[in-house]
Ligand binder design. Structure first.
Ligand code: UFG
Length: 329
């Protein structure tokens, strides 16, 4: 039986596909390739180019392959863009996502793992954040993730489609051999941008806000290695075989690092020096986002492998320095 992976040519999707294949699993990928890269897929993986909103295409994939579970990564992910163009986010992340679910239900697929986000919590007051913290997203991107979790709960109640929503904290890093990593356009994430500064591809790195109520004044995030994230998806699929329902788990390490600490780690690991500039706060950034990962540990037996910051940075450095133009190079 095969696993249908939407968005499987993206950053977290392609690493998960890689791990599924390594575990001997049959995988079918659906990706528009608008943001994803066919070159990120292991050789021989069946790729259908198209949208999750194309019901006829999804039905065709389901009739041509013996699919018994899905992982749904396909979505737009840029917070700033979602504020400027919410319609684009609602249409893709929710409307197309629902069309995808409908096809799965029609074809009798019973399990799905969904890419949710810490963005569902907005500006949480309590740290670390437990799953039952209030869900008050502060941008349309986070809203789409929160709404889709609700859709999945209704689809379990009405149609018996079981799901795990994985609320990612900050995905980072690359395969340890540097063969597969992050290639976003535009790139807005901290670690790849700091690495570009270390590579001399940027003049400097800007620290967005140095007056936050955190120990060193810069924002604190919970950085999780992409391989650990991929492993969470594989465990979630297995969990659903024994635990029908609509579940949601944080995926984080439980340990926060500041922007300044990340810059320090990149300088330490790469042994490169570069200019660091103070810049104004980026609108919408919560001061601190750190997961309480207790539930995913207890329920899925998951631990955050590879997520020491020096391992994350070393793997990302290997990927970016050997692929200076990403998949285009
Ligand atoms: N930052 C800088 N300089 C930069 C880039 C980022 O100081 O050049 C700071 C940001 O202000 C933030 C931290 O580095 O404090 C991390 O920023 P990222 O953009 O790497 O990640 P975010 O925490 O903003 O975003 C993550 C996920 C998103 C998700 C969001 C939910 O990457 O997909 O969490 O809050 F939507």
């Amino acid at each position: 039986m095969a696993i249908l992976v939407s968005g499987g040519a993206g950053y977290i999707g392609s690493v998960t596909v890689h791990q599924l294949i390594a575990a001997g699993q049959e995988v079918v990928v659906l990706d528009t390739l608008e943001k994803g890269h066919a070159a990120a897929l292991p050789p021989g993986v069946k790729l259908y180019q198209g949208s999750t909103g194309d019901a006829a295409l999804v039905m065709r994939i389901l009739s041509e392959n013996r699919v018994d579970a899905a992982i749904h990564f396909a979505a737009y992910i840029e917070v700033n863009e979602s504020v400027k163009d919410p319609q684009k986010y609602l249409a893709n992340n929710i409307v197309n996502g629902i069309a995808f679910l409908d096809a799965l239900v029609k074809a009798g697929v019973g399990r799905i793992v969904f890419s949710s986000s810490a963005a569902v919590y907005g500006m949480p007051k309590r740290m670390p954040i437990p799953e039952d913290a209030p869900k008050q997203p502060i941008n349309p991107y986070g809203l789409t993730k929160h709404i889709f979790e609700g859709v999945l709960a209704s689809y379990y109640a009405a149609y018996g489609l079981s799901s795990v929503s994985l609320r990612y904290f900050n995905a980072a890093g690359a395969l340890p051999d540097g063969s597969l990593g992050e290639d976003h356009d535009p790139e807005s994430h901290l670690i790849p941008l700091v690495i570009r500064a270390a590579m001399g591809k940027r003049r400097s790195i800007s620290v967005f806000g140095t007056d936050y109520p955190t120990p060193d004044g810069t924002c604190v995030r919970d950085y999780i290695h992409v391989l650990g994230l991929a492993d969470a998806h594989i465990r979630a699929l297995a969990y659903l075989e024994r635990h029908p329902g609509a579940h949601a788990f944080n995926v984080g390490t439980g340990k926060g690092l500041s922007v300044k600490e990340i810059i320090g780690a990149v300088k330490r690991v790469t042994r490169k020096d570069f200019a660091v500039e103070q810049a104004p706060r980026r609108p919408g950034d919560p001061p601190e986002l750190v997961a309480d990962p207790g539930n995913i540990g207890r329920e899925l037996g998951w631990t955050p492998a590879h997520s020491r910051i020096d391992d994350i940075v070393a793997s990302a450095w290997k990927w970016h320095s050997t692929h200076p133009d990403g998949f285009g190079g």
